[in-house]
Write a protein of this length. Structure first.
Length: 272
């Protein structure tokens, strides 16, 4: 078994992550427009025909902006909690809405999607893992702190999208107002480079082949800085920056722990 993963966009301007096998896929969040989602999928050689559902992590606009049009156009089921639906002001077709519950896996074809609660300043926020057979990928962004839930699920992953939102020094010396700085770093905002790195160093499983550093701040982080920081401690994992401007390549997560072969596969893979 294996999974194919990509970030369509990652950041405060929109978040959308693709995880699937050869037959079906899901999107985690839909924070860019339907048209931009289609454009980026096409550039990656991915087909919307393979996408069977969208899972929504929380109600902030950079995670839900495109979901209404995307769901309507492709008749895509949206898995979302009632509180997230309400606070997001979403108007979705009732027939396409399904409630999910933390720690209760949902099967879509050969994919098994599991939500778990996290610390973030939203009504009912969750992160997700997606498994196919014994291969598992996590999508862990918008995290105020590293909690026991996150540690437990991170340790199981062969690949993970992990938030590294801000450099502590850049945030403190930057131009953001004090209240916004406190919101970001106050335990229910976002994960710093240091917090994410500590999680990676302390709990990276031996079988993790890829780490996608995600949701980087435009003003309070530097992609080169954070890539170098994590690459020093990579221990055979490939470190990838999930950009706020462009999609990543498609990566093949095979569970073999061989990022070199996975990178080659990502260049050859097409779902058309």
């Amino acid at each position: 078994m294996s999974l194919f993963v990509a970030s369509l966009n990652s950041g405060s301007n929109g978040n959308c992550y693709y995880v699937g096998n050869e037959h079906e896929a899901v999107l985690i969040d839909a924070g860019i427009s339907c048209r931009e989602t289609e454009t980026r999928m096409a550039r990656m050689g991915l087909s919307m025909r393979k996408v069977k559902a969208v899972f929504i992590s929380h109600e902030h606009s950079d995670h839900i902006r495109g979901v209404t049009v995307l769901s309507k156009k492709y008749k895509l089921p949206v898995y979302i909690t009632p509180l997230t639906m309400h606070h997001g002001g979403l108007r979705l077709d009732d027939n396409l809405v399904t409630t999910f519950f933390a720690d209760q896996p949902i099967r879509i074809g050969e994919l098994l999607i599991t939500a778990f609660s996290k610390l973030h300043d939203a009504a009912h926020p969750h992160s997700f893992t997606i498994a196919c057979g014994d291969v598992k990928v996590g999508v862990f962004t918008d995290l105020g702190a590293v909690c026991e839930n996150l540690i437990l699920h991170f340790q199981q992953c062969h690949a993970a999208f992990l938030e590294a939102n801000y450099d502590e020094g850049m945030l403190e010396s930057g131009n953001y107002p004090f209240h916004l700085k406190r919101r970001i770093s106050g335990g229910k905002g976002h994960l710093s480079n240091k917090q994410a790195l500590t999680l990676f160093i302390d709990y990276k499983p031996a079988h993790m082949s890829h780490l996608f550093l995600s949701h980087l701040s435009k003003d309070n982080n530097d992609p080169i800085l954070v890539h170098n920081l994590f690459n020093t401690h990579a221990r055979d994992a490939e470190i990838v920056i999930a950009s706020r401007y462009v999609e990543t390549p498609v990566y093949h997560i095979s569970g073999t722990g061989n990022p070199a072969s996975a990178a080659i596969a990502s260049l050859q893979f097409s779902l058309f």
